[in-house]
Design a protein around this ligand. Structure first.
Ligand code: BG6
Length: 531
């Protein structure tokens, strides 16, 4: 790309305004209450993302972040703790370190119990005292962010719902409805029944548009780019169907193990943790029809529609259509890594899967017969999230030479979600020199290279959308329930028939061999992750 082209791109991004799907609007004043503020998520993701937004002047003058948790901390303790945690493992601040002081002025802490109404009343009064509910720039948004273990959700939703009603009485139902939001972190229940119970309770207190169910994958820049790529370019959509596409892969592999989250993971496993929301929602974005507009509900309607077309994997199909795995000990760069069963908080006879792969189908005219392979796992040989769209082979080979024809590889379009965010398309090209020799080459778009900066962290995008009240990138109730409906028969079948071969892959390896057979029996193969 020439210097002029790059400058053009950068100008275009600068002119694009706030990084929200709706774009352009002024960020309202807000109070963000983080329940479970002394926990891991707040420290690793939320506060660093807010600090970044503050640094990039994406937040209004008038805002406050109030940590609410059971730990006995002073405001200064809380600020120090958040600062230290924000520095990350490498000791690097997420943005200009000098800006911390100004940012910290917006951080507050209230100690309280989740079942104590009085503590919530105190919280409510405090919030009103630091950011006026109806300031010069319009009504302030009040955001209840649940960053606690799911066991605390019920109590907090009850109390937050009470404060929401009270705000309706004080400032008018219209204002409360427009400005209050409740944010729920993953996992959204651990089963369809639980998800329905939680949704039912949320619906008693909040309007669906005020409920923000986080799937942080949807906040990743290249995930949002799927729709732009498909619908803002004329060359892909005509080919985006069973006539031209052979199969699609959606793969999120990780090198890390479960770390300190063994206790949580024992209740979850890879299918609940990664497939139920992250991978199925990526698949929906690849497979859905064009929405009527980019407005939140138009996009979410199309996603729900395509999820409804997922062919169920019933108990009798589970063995043929799915693969599960669990990592055992392994060697990585001369270091011995423990197996899953040796991790802290994990039962030494655990049958929980740390790897899951499956073949899924969408039963509609566009996708009939096209397998969507989904794969995820911990302690694999690479950390990468990619969507690979494999096109069909050329119908005839005109070179007459069998060896040459065998070397013609079908085109693959790869959307790299992470790392090295970008898109590439593999095509066949003549190898320079005498004679006819064909080789595969890549047309490569690298996000950081073209735009001269790394894409924003998912939590920055999502937090800004929550503050702006834009639910486009958040899961709607029907979508969550549809994805539970799809994974539940698999979960039940796996629970009823514990794996005898666990552990079945070594830490640091590409995963269980059966995951390769899932594809090779159809003449397909996992695309080799881009380096
Ligand atoms: C989370 C899962 O939702 O996503 C984790 O609970 C997983 O187990 C993480 O490690 C992966 O996220 P990312 O953004 O690093 O791919």
């Amino acid at each position: 790309m020439s210097k002029a082209d790059r400058e053009g791109y950068l100008r275009a991004t600068a002119e694009a305004g706030p990084a929200t799907p709706m774009g352009g609007q002024k960020v309202p004043p807000f109070v963000l209450i983080i329940f479970g503020a002394s926990g891991d998520l707040a420290q690793r993701k939320l506060i660093p993302a807010l600090w970044q937004l503050h640094c990039h002047q994406r937040l209004p003058q008038d805002y406050a972040v109030v940590g609410f948790a059971r730990s006995n901390l002073s405001r200064e303790d809380f600020q120090d703790k958040m600062r230290q945690a924000s520095m990350g493992d490498d000791g690097q601040a997420p943005c200009d370190e000098q800006s911390w002081g100004k940012f910290a002025e917006h951080l507050h802490y209230i100690r309280g119990q989740y079942d104590a109404g009085d503590d919530f009343d105190r919280l409510d009064d405090f919030c009103d005292s630091i950011v006026s509910p109806q300031g010069q720039d319009g009504p302030a948004a009040r955001i209840f962010y649940l960053s606690t273990p799911p066991s605390a959700y019920q109590l907090i939703v009850e109390q937050a719902g009470r404060l929401h009603r009270k705000r309706g009485d004080d400032f008018g139902p219209q204002v409360a409805r427009q400005t209050d939001r409740i944010v729920i972190e993953k996992p959204h229940g651990t089963s369809l029944d639980e998800a329905r119970r939680l949704d039912g309770q949320l619906a008693e207190h909040f309007h669906e548009r005020a409920i923000f169910r986080i799937d942080h994958y949807l906040g990743k820049e290249t995930v949002q780019n799927i729709l732009i790529l498909r619908f803002a370019n004329a060359i892909f959509e005509p080919l985006w169907n069973r006539q031209h596409i052979d199969y699609v892969e959606i793969s999120a592999t990780e090198t890390g193990g479960v770390g300190s989250r063994g206790g949580f993971y024992e209740q979850s496993g890879a299918l609940r943790d990664m497939v139920q929301m992250h991978l199925l929602h990526l698949a929906a974005l690849v497979a859905m029809e064009q929405p009527a507009s980019f407005a939140a509900d138009d996009v979410r309607d199309e996603k729900a529609k395509i999820l409804r077309m997922l062919r169920p994997i019933t108990a009798d199909m589970v063995d043929a259509e799915t693969v599960r795995g669990q990592y055992g000990p392994g060697q990585v760069e001369g270091q011995t890594l423990p197996g899953y069963r040796q991790e802290e908080g994990v039962d030494d006879g655990s049958n929980v899967e740390t790897f899951a792969a499956m073949r899924a189908y969408f039963d509609n005219w566009r996708w009939q017969g096209v397998p969507f392979y989904l794969r995820t796992g911990k302690r694999l040989d690479r950390k990468a999230t990619e969507i690979a769209v494999h096109f069909r082979s050329v119908p005839t080979c005109l070179f007459g030479d069998r060896r040459l024809c065998a070397r013609l590889e079908p085109n693959v379009l790869v959307l790299r979600v992470q790392p090295r965010e970008g898109v590439h398309l593999s095509i066949a090209s003549k190898v320079p020199g005498e004679g006819m020799n064909v080789g595969g080459v890549k047309l490569d778009f690298d996000y950081a290279e073209v735009f001269g900066r790394q894409p924003a962290e998912a939590y920055e995008t999502l937090l800004l959308d929550i503050i702006n009240g834009d639910p486009s990138l958040f899961a709607r109730r029907d979508q969550v329930e549809l994805s539970w409906q799809f994974v539940e028969p698999i979960l039940h079948a796996w629970a009823a028939d514990p794996a005898k071969e666990f552990p079945n892959y070594e830490a640091g390896s590409p995963g269980p061999k059966a995951a390769n057979r899932l594809l090779s029996q159809y003449g397909h193969a996992w695309h080799r992750h881009s380096r």
